[in-house]
Design a protein around this ligand. Sequence first.
Ligand SMILES: [Zn+2]
Length: 137
Amino acid sequence: MKCFACQAEIPDYSAVCPKCGDDPQANPFEAPTAPRTRPVSTPSEGDATGGIIPYKNPKALIAYYLGIFSGFPVIGFFLAVPALVLGIMGLRDRNRNPAIKGSIHAGIGIGCGAIFMLLWGAVIIGMIINYLSNTWQ
Ligand SMILES: [Zn+2]
């Protein structure tokens, strides 16, 4: 029989393909929701995550985490600003070299960064105005 994963000729009814270690019975065309075939066009992608986490785009990755943590009230303002800046830098790196990925992480960093920068910025300005109006009275 032929292995569905790597097309190698293997002994009949093998549970595991001796060539590629995959399940030779699994027909990739029968299960489109769980594709077993590996993308051929990414030989450099050695990590098991399959490029979900953009290790090669640290700016986008840092922007993502800064963006998430910038939700912390008021102090998050100081995380939102670098999240926005790093997100834009990471997106620019990604556009220059699509192989490093990270556009989603950069986008989340930019989105959260922008929202929380405006939000906490408004809160900080409100606190300053409140402080000043109290001291001047
Ligand atoms: Zn195989």
